[in-house]
Design a protein around this ligand. Sequence first.
Ligand SMILES: Nc1ncnc2c1ncn2[C@@H]1O[C@H](COP(=O)(O)OP(=O)(O)OP(=O)(O)O)[C@@H](O)[C@H]1O
Length: 443
Amino acid sequence: MSADEWAIRAEGVSKKFGLTLRQSMKYGMRDVGRKLVGRSSTTDVLREGEFWAVNDVGFELHRGEALGIMGVNGCGKTTLLRILNGVYAPDKGRVEVRGRVGALIAAGAGFAPMLTGRENVYVNGALLGLSTKEIDGLMDEIIAFSELGEFIDLPVKNYSSGMFVRLGFAIAAMSRPDILLMDEVLAVGDLNFQKKCYDHILQLKRNGTAIILVSHAPGAIWAVCDRGLFLDRGRVHVDGPIEDVIRAYDDQNSKNARRSDIQFSQAEAHAQQAGELQAVAGPLGQSEKRPGTGDVICTDFRVLSVNGDGQVSELEFRQPFIIEVDVTVIRPVENFILRVVLDAVHYRSIVTLDNYEQGSPIPLLQPGKYTFKIEVSNQNFRPGAYAFNVSVVSKHVGTHLFLWWKCAHLVVLSPRDQFLYSEPNAVMHFDAEFTHSALDGDK
Ligand SMILES: Nc1ncnc2c1ncn2[C@@H]1O[C@H](COP(=O)(O)OP(=O)(O)OP(=O)(O)O)[C@@H](O)[C@H]1O
């Protein structure tokens, strides 16, 4: 198979489910009956109480490409992966694959609980199409990657969810599949293991494996995938560069959050009436406030010069600056963290500044109005355009309490012609000493 050939192709793929188990079973038995007497199938139309979980999805993925699939809960991501993996037959459309498909869709799925990890490697390997000899050859590598040690000879019914993922990923990835399908499951593993897995996924991609990754984590999707699909109620709404897909996902999430968070809207309306909320737009994207839990809002964000000249939107190379953020706390927040993140033109999150990381924890912040001041003395950005995002998080809450996307923009000016010939995509400047010496015999 050459690099420009497709590895997996889906065309008009659709899958429907019944809203209730009873109805699904009734329709299922009726379909079998129709088939037995040679009558046409009714799989391509919706009957009462059915809905399309995946609706007319099509794409083509080549070797060495990675496709990210994003969408809010229940939009059909896992169902689509299961169709691609052959677990479900589509009701409409078709899927074609070239080569071996490795899949990690649900932690623990596909393992026989009474068998040991080692025995399950043989069973899973055989399902992947590997011979016993091939599995023998891979066994040490799989055990080493999974870091299960002597637990490999324990029945898997005693495994934790993290151990399932370790073994599942090790089998799927070490078998060097032509196509690797991955659902959110990696998030179960600890951070070191996740990092190791992502390194390995990128290695597989470089070696020509086509990857499909489903995740709610923009960072993971962005790190691995070049393009993606954004699904909404089973349909493809965005098919394009991964940045567009992440943005569509972010937008949908914030719309949903806005719908469900009346308290935030009230707090925001109050702040707007009081003239406290400002919006800034510029070349690095539109400013947008994303509601979180409604406990906190950031009402203003300023970038200031250190010599009292007020707000700045341009800085000289190396010029220090001050950030001020006005924050209104509506309900008490434990372990309050104010986080400012800087993006550059082609990059997200190149620098993060948060009070917890900088050694200034805030165990409890009571309702009230606050101004946070952050003095940055050693900025070393290369000339270019940058954008700020500000968020409030709490150590014990798994989502942001408030997020203000692109709350300010900044241009770092170029000093003379020093940067004229340099790499335009680079962001940071390090001070470094360059020396050179002639090799023996050379002048
Ligand atoms: N076996 C099934 N029988 C009936 N309905 C199902 C079945 N599997 C999934 N569904 C429904 O199909 C829709 C899509 O589910 P799916 O698991 O594919 O979503 P998802 O995008 O992977 O969600 P999440 O982000 O929560 O994992 C949901 O409404 C779900 O309830």
